[in-house]
Design a protein around this ligand. Structure first.
Ligand SMILES: Cc1ncc(COP(=O)(O)O)c(C=O)c1O
Length: 387
């Protein structure tokens, strides 16, 4: 079965024109692993005992508190059905001018732009920095200054889990007055600072997953309350719906998985880092395979996106497929190239285009074994040597 986009829990892609090597057993690009039944069971017993299944029960409260405790300063966490909804509701809670432009990087997953549109706002795609793969604060500052009033918010995206310079974004917020919402979907491990509101995904493909889920973290308790109100029909302590809203709550069952995932997170984090080291070492002879700065050394994430020589991504992906090694271009040709966003405004995007032609997601998972790592490295070596 070949799965599209991020739905990889079952991915076992068998290439159409597989070589004999590929027929052995393909190396999957991702093999998410969520807490097993035994780990979840104690929490399920608590749900049985409490007979409280949704609507801010004890497990969701505990999950939110444990997530908030991971931040350096006092922080509020609001759990949401998924990160796309959390971004949408975060923008709605900012009370921005309807239809206003929200600057976002073209180098991101489609969810970022969908959230902007769902919030009644207009995406404006901007290029990213070639080294960090993220928005450049100085560039956005210039853009915002030149177009006074047109930009109502900015969404810096944490590229595959890397963290942008938050001090600079806080300074931007103060200098321009423009609200900033961090899309930290893949940055569960790196996000410990919520001076600016930030959204994390708890999707199964993420480093800490509970199936579908996400959260918004902020130091602004009032803002957190507004986002929470938007997740629950606009209710706020009474049965009167006070604002137009939706239902985007997480159930107690999702919280059970999240709590079990948090229990094993310290050990799981080390497992992710250790596997990353093995993959890095296997590719040590290939300086033309460039990892993100700090990937697998300073921070843990669930995917391994590497930059290859300019323009080689498609050819390398094809070659790996022939060798039975699955890859994924997680952000495709750039978010702006999706047909849903054809009409959206964009700046020149040369860096995004270069990244789209040179970045591929290699196989990576918490327990990727030595054989899969060796096959991936050998296939990549072959592809690049013959390229
Ligand atoms: C950058 C980015 N933003 C948002 C999302 C959406 O997350 P979710 O699947 O929890 O809605 C993703 C998902 O992969 C993402 O990569």
């Amino acid at each position: 079965m070949i799965l599209e986009g991020q739905g990889l829990a079952q991915a076992r892609a068998v290439p159409h024109e597989a070589s004999p090597a590929a027929m052995i057993a393909p190396v999957a690009v991702a093999r998410p692993r969520l807490p097993n039944a035994e780990a979840i069971l104690p929490y399920l017993h608590r749900i049985d005992a409490a007979r409280w299944y949704s609507n801010f029960g004890p497990l969701i409260n505990e999950l939110e508190q444990r997530l908030a405790d991971r931040f350096a300063r006092t922080t509020k966490v609001v759990t949401v059905a998924n990160a796309t909804q959390a971004l949408t509701l975060g923008l709605q809670a900012m009370d921005l001018m309807p239809g206003g432009y929200v600057v976002l990087p073209a180098w991101t997953f489609v969810a970022t732009a969908h959230a902007v549109i769902q919030a009644g706002l207009t995406p404006w795609f901007v290029d990213v920095d070639p080294v960090t793969w993220m928005l450049d604060v100085a560039e956005i500052e210039d853009l915002a200054l030149n177009l006074q009033g047109e930009v109502v918010a900015v969404i810096p995206v944490c590229a595959f889990g890397a963290m942008p310079d938050l001090d600079r974004w806080v300074a931007f917020r103060q200098a321009t007055g423009i609200p900033v919402l961090i899309d930290a979907a893949a940055a569960f491990d790196t996000l410990h600072d919520a001076r600016l509101p930030a959204v994390v995904s708890l999707h199964a493909t993420k480093v800490l997953g509970l199936g579908e889920g996400g959260y918004l973290a902020t130091e602004d308790a009032e803002f957190a309350g507004k986002v929470q109100q938007l997740t629950t029909f606009g209710f706020n302590g009474c049965r009167d719906s006070l604002i137009p809203a939706t239902n985007a709550k997480l159930s107690e069952y999702a919280a059970a998985i999240g709590l079990a995932a948090l229990d094993s997170w310290p050990a799981d984090r080390l497992r992710f880092l250790r596997t990353a080291q093995h993959l890095r070492i296997a590719l040590i002879g290939r300086p033309d395979v460039r990892f993100q700065e700090g990937w697998g050394t300073d921070w843990a994430t669930s995917v391994c996106s590497v930059a290859l020589p300019l323009g080689s991504a498609d050819q390398v992906a094809n070659s790996l497929r022939q060798d039975g090694v699955d890859t994924r271009q997680w952000w495709g040709r750039g978010c702006h190239t999706n047909r849903a966003f054809t009409d959206c405004r964009r700046e020149p995007l040369p860096v995004t285009q270069a990244l789209a032609s040179s970045v591929i997601g290699l196989p990576f998972s918490i327990d990727m074994d030595a054989h899969a790592i060796a096959r991936t490295a050998a296939a990549l070596d072959r592809a690049l040597s013959h390229g």
